[in-house]
Design a binder for this molecule. Structure first.
Ligand code: SF4
Length: 496
């Protein structure tokens, strides 16, 4: 644990993080760890964060060294997509039992599990995740991985981020450290070129990076590694030969971006593929960085031409929705990069932002929101479910965009809701993704179901029915009376 403690300290003291830079020396030493509530960490722990970052590397076997529940908590709960290998979706765990713990069988079981995976699936690599139980029993996963790697001639990568050490975000960063320590730089590509880039922190949710990659292809820019979305092990292992990088989700992998810049001279910028102008800006920044790194300056003109063409197509498609959505009010309950990039995207088509949560946003994210919204009155740190419900019930927003956890607040307040977090079904990145996002918002807001559910319930607007209702204490009779009234006409539904 000593080396793990040092690693955590290192990750917390991230010089590229604005928040960290703003602290004094003492606060910086204390780090950003928030103590977890015992028993309430599952699903949001450091292990979970590490698994989220690494699992979309699709040809790798992800082996969780733990009792069964840790893997059950974290398996496949995000909508990342693969264009080929599917091994990442197979669940591997050592499934430790109490007997294994009592008999000290953890390391032996882990070694056998790695051998079984190698013999059955022959993957290019096995990633081994430590968890609370195996960290507490003192299993030395680094030593087991090293021994198994030598014995089987296989890359076996220890990911040392047991749940109890901290938050999901800390786990994200430790996953980046595992890649730096054991993967990136281990394969030397024979085809490195001046137009190679890395995309960091892009998860290819619902396949949305596939809406962006064709644009880069058209510019002759090769994505050496998209980490982690739809990545292959060999791409990640040779990512150190890229010329430039774009960091999509800063809070997840900023340490990876910064250290790759220091070790291999790969400059990076933070950008977003959500929204038309942000997509254009990201393309421009990539081209400019490549030119600074020695690429032919002609790429700048080609990029401008592509942007002009794609923007014109996207705006033409969006015009059909502009009239229907102009002035509609949006409440955005998400965080991170989406807190500003989606705000910007929606304002581009004339929607009004009545609030955006900045809970998971960096200082830089917040500054961007302020610039976009022109004031910070619409930024909220965290809104309690009760307040969120009251806001929606009093029609202060026409739609809420959030993750699945808050969907029922919106639905209970009879307000349209759209999932924009990791479980979403539709891709929203790039120009086409923006059109898709607006199409989904339009479908949600103008869904005819809202007219119906907002009408009073038939039993509230049928006084005669109320009078006819028998004594409510008599449950059988009440049920019979309600069953007899089956609304069929518009009048019955209270539409007149
Ligand atoms: S690693 Fe620890 S906190 Fe995370 S799911 Fe497993 S037991 Fe729970």
């Amino acid at each position: 644990m000593t080396s793990l403690s040092a690693k955590i300290q290192d990750v917390f003291d991230e010089p590229a993080c604005d928040y960290n830079r703003g602290k004094d020396a003492k606060a910086r030493k204390e780090g950003c760890a928030r103590p977890l509530t015992p028993g309430a960490a599952a699903g949001g722990c450091a292990f979970d964060g590490a698994k989220i970052v690494l699992q979309p590397i699709t040809d790798v076997a992800h082996l969780v060294h733990a009792p069964l529940a840790c893997e059950g908590n974290s398996w496949d709960n995000r909508g990342a997509a693969s264009s080929g290998a599917m091994l990442w979706r197979t669940s591997f765990t050592t499934d430790l039992t109490e007997l294994d713990v009592v008999m000290g069988q953890g390391e032996r079981k882990l070694f056998k599990a790695i051998r079984e995976i190698k013999e059955t699936y022959a993957p290019p690599a096995v990633f081994v995740y430590s968890t609370c139980v195996t960290a507490l029993t003192g299993d030395d996963i680094e030593a087991v991985c090293k021994r198994a790697g030598e014995k089987f001639g296989l890359a076996v990568v220890p990911v040392n981020a047991p749940g109890f050490i901290g938050s999901k975000n800390l786990g994200n960063k430790l996953a980046g450290e595992a890649l730096l320590d054991h993967v990136i730089g281990t394969v030397e590509p024979d085809d490195a070129g001046p137009y190679d880039i890395n995309i960091l922190g892009e998860f290819n949710l619902s396949g949305e990076f596939w809406l962006v990659k064709p644009l880069l292809d058209r510019l002759g820019i090769r994505v050496r590694a998209c980490i982690p979305g739809d990545a292959r092990y060999i791409d990640v292992a040779s990512a150190h030969r890229a010329r430039a990088a774009m960091m999509v989700c800063s809070t997840a992998l900023i340490n990876l971006a910064r250290k790759m810049q220091e070790r291999w001279d790969i400059p990076f910028f933070e950008g977003s593929f959500y929204g038309i102008s942000d997509t254009s800006e990201a393309l421009r920044n990539i081209a400019e960085l490549l030119v600074k790194q020695g690429a032919d300056p002609q790429i700048l003109d080609r990029t401008q031409t592509l942007i002009a063409e794609q923007e014109a197509i996207a705006w033409k498609k969006l015009d059909a929705y502009r009239r229907r959505l102009q002035g509609k009010r949006v409440l955005l309950n998400t965080g991170g990069v989406k807190s500003w990039s989606v705000v910007h995207a929606l304002m581009e088509i004339g929607m009004e932002i009545v609030g955006t949560s900045v809970k998971k946003s960096t200082v830089e994210d917040r500054e961007r929101i302020k610039q976009i919204l022109k004031d910070d009155n619409h930024m909220f740190e965290q809104m309690a479910a009760r307040e969120l419900y009251a806001m929606l019930l009093h029609h202060k927003a026409d739609i809420m965009l959030s993750g699945g956890r808050t969907q029922f607040i919106a639905l209970k307040a009879k307000t349209p809701w759209l999932d924009i977090n990791q479980e979403r079904q539709h891709p929203y990145a790039g120009y086409d993704g923006m059109v898709e996002l607006v199409r989904q918002i339009d479908l949600a807001i103008h869904n005819p179901i809202w007219c119906q559910v907002r009408e009073p319930a038939p039993w509230d607007c049928k006084p005669d029915l109320k009078e006819e209702l028998p004594d409510t204490k008599n449950e059988a009779a009440t049920l019979h009376a309600v069953q007899e009234f089956v609304p069929t006409t518009a009048d019955d539904f209270g539409e007149r």
